[in-house]
Write a protein that binds this ligand. Structure first.
Ligand SMILES: Nc1ncnc2c1ncn2[C@@H]1O[C@H](COP(=O)(O)OP(=O)(O)O)[C@@H](O)[C@H]1O
Ligand SMILES: [Mg+2]
Length: 346
């Protein structure tokens, strides 16, 4: 639904070149909620602004719903007709809402429809429908100053939906909100994703946001995407930074003659019975050192760090047993074991 290839963005600032995007290949599938996470300055906002051509990329292409936006003329406010039309199918939600304070809630939602030349009656019908959809039917005549932050963001979302977009872009939409309001806004985005089949690309610096609603995620560093995939794929990638941050587990071995492993599970395989089966089958005592579990996109996903008695060589069979159950097993911090694993992978 959204594809970027070789996207770069170089800003000129006081005679210096600043590379904000450095060859970004992004692929967001239709109907998914895709989160891009990264620290401040990583290039997240530049990416999202290039996706709807608010910024023109320095090089590379952006395709949204089959249309190569980079081939269309103009940019920002000077966009040509074709680009404007394509852009009306891309909704955008901002961190600071960007509502017009002089206008009522309803008039804010109607604004993009005015620009599209929709008639007054049709505009107001549409705006009221959208306000109903975001749970603000009773606030149509209020002004933004009379609303809470969460309500303002709901107006921002209703406005973003005015052009019947297929894609919604969100740049830190919940960063100015408290945790409870954040949850309700994320839930709203998830509901819209499911009810309207909307593809959502969201930018955040908060891992919790990714965990709550994303099907897929990418990690950005210094203008590059360094990891990406579905949450399941990331978890299944040994050494994935995103997976480690999504499901942090800690805990060290209780002694030298011990093997510590991280067991990752998603979807079908639940660890609990597998761990007790393992203990019974091999008659070993297993200690759970740490665990991080959560429901991601409706599926139970998590990691558990367990300790087995004996060195790695003595645990090759139990580890094999876990892998046969469809669990991913990573041996923690044991260079000798790592060598054995590499041998095994050959
Ligand atoms: N309009 C601009 N002019 C010059 N430099 C910019 C501009 N916008 C962003 N940058 C720079 O590009 C880099 C990436 O910024 P940004 O995309 O806003 O990152 P993020 O959203 O991840 O914090 C930063 O170094 C930032 O200072
Ligand atoms: Mg930003």
């Amino acid at each position: 639904m959204i594809t970027t290839t070789g996207l770069t963005k170089v800003y000129q600032s006081r005679g210096r070149d600043i590379t904000a995007l450095d060859g970004v290949d992004l692929h967001v599938r239709e109907g998914e909620v895709y989160g891009v996470i990264g620290q401040s300055g990583a290039g997240k906002s530049s990416l999202i602004r290039c996706v709807n051509l608010l910024e023109r990329p320095t090089t590379g292409t952006v395709t949204v719903d089959g249309v190569d936006l980079t081939a269309l003329a103009g940019r920002g406010r000077r966009a040509g007709k074709d680009l404007r039309r394509a852009r009306s199918r891309i909704g955008m939600v901002f961190q600071h809402f960007n509502l017009l304070s002089s206008r009522t809630v309803q008039d804010n939602v109607e604004l993009p429809l005015e620009i599209l030349g929709v008639s007054g009656k049709e505009r107001s019908r549409k705006a009221l429908d959208l306000l109903d959809l975001v749970g603000l039917a009773d606030k149509a005549k209020a002004h933004p100053a009379q609303l809470s932050g969460g309500q303002k963001q709901r107006v921002g979302i209703a406005r973003a939906l005015a052009g019947d977009p297929k894609v919604l872009l969100s740049d830190e939409a919940t960063s100015a909100l408290d945790p409870e309001t954040t949850r309700s806004i994320l839930q709203l985005l998830r509901d819209l994703n499911q009810q309207l089949g909307l593809t959502v690309l969201l930018i955040t610096h908060e891992m919790d946001v990714v965990k709550t609603i994303c099907d897929s995620a990418a990690l950005m560093q210094k203008g590059k995407i360094v990891e990406s995939g579905t949450v399941g794929q990331l978890l299944a990638t040994p050494g994935s930074q995103l997976a480690a941050e999504l499901f942090p587990v800690t805990g060290a071995a209780g002694g030298p003659e011990r093997t510590v492993i991280d067991v990752t599970f998603h979807g079908e395989a639940a660890t609990q019975p597998v761990v007790s089966q393992l203990a019974r089958t091999y008659n070993i005592d297993i200690s759970i050192l740490g665990a991080a579990m959560d429901t991601v996109a409706g599926k139970q996903i998590g990691r558990m760090r367990i300790e087995l008695p004996g060195r790695y060589e003595e645990n090759v069979v139990p580890v094999g047993f876990l892998r046969e159950q469809g669990l991913q097993v990573d041996v923690v911090d044991d260079s000798q074991a790592l060598d054995l694993v590499k041998e095994g992978a050959k």
